[in-house]
Design a protein around this ligand. Structure first.
Ligand SMILES: [Fe+2]
Length: 248
């Protein structure tokens, strides 16, 4: 059974508020795309949090060991029936695939072949469980996350991207509720530490079906362009980890 149908006809769908606010050049185009306005409502995002927390309550907690090397406190979307249906039937075809197609039309050989291979809700909690995710690369072509709660509900947090360190103090992009942040999966990135409160996101990995050779070349090219001085990084995405790095 297919968990998520692949995209069809993305090029013909209208753009959906996907103006880029953070750009990283790659062969004349950009690798990071952040929605200019929220793409999902308060009701939609809160429903995901509520269903994930209801499940955790029922099951005795969130799972923490699903991704072997980079464990997150998370729950797979397919284990949340209401969220799964909304994601598959509405969010992906009407909003997310068009957002990705618009964002990456100049980079990808086909945006019709976009296909989600994994999706899960992650909880970063400053005082319990996971508060950050150390630097890593995802094994897909593009990754994105949907911010599920208000930025005012936590301090710190955000998606840390190594090559954005030169553009900001922390290299982290903070997203308010309903926004989507996408990036090439091969970029060195992580979850910036949540210093107070709780942050929820829905994380998703996307491949290009039948473009395995492209995916390999793309991943390598993206990885090769990361700033070498940021590898290896010490564990954790705390500000101290970036001290001593020449970001000029
Ligand atoms: Fe990741």
């Amino acid at each position: 059974m297919k968990l998520y149908e692949s995209q069809t006809g993305a090029e013909t769908l209208p753009a959906c508020g996907s103006a880029t606010v953070k750009c990283v050049e790659h062969d004349g185009s950009h690798l990071v795309s952040h929605s200019e306005a929220p793409l999902f409502s308060r009701e939609e995002t809160q429903a995901i949090i509520d269903e994930a927390e209801e499940r955790a309550e029922r099951m005795g907690g969130w799972t923490t060991q699903r991704h072997a090397n980079y464990a997150t406190t998370d729950v797979p979307v397919q284990e949340l029936p209401r969220t799964h249906e909304w994601f598959r039937e509405k969010a992906l075809p009407e909003v997310l695939y068009p957002f990705l197609a618009t964002s990456y039309k100049d980079i990808l050989p086909s945006t019709k072949a976009l296909k989600v291979v994994d999706a899960f809700v992650v909880k970063y909690n400053a005082t319990a469980g996971q508060s950050f995710l150390k630097p890593h690369r995802d094994g897909s072509v593009v990754s994105f996350n949907i911010a599920l709660n208000d930025m005012s509900e936590y301090e710190g947090g955000g998606t840390w991207i190594a090559r954005l360190v030169k553009d900001s103090d922390t290299g982290s992009i903070r997203s308010d509720r309903g926004h989507v942040l996408a990036h090439a999966s091969g970029m060195l990135h992580g979850g910036h530490e949540v210093e107070a409160g709780v942050r929820y996101i829905l994380v998703c990995f996307v491949i290009l079906q039948s473009f395995a050779n492209f995916a390999t070349r793309f991943y390598q090219a993206v990885r090769d362009e990361d700033p070498p001085e940021l590898e290896p990084m010490p564990p954790g995405i705390v500000l101290e980890a970036l001290e001593g790095v020449d970001v000029a």
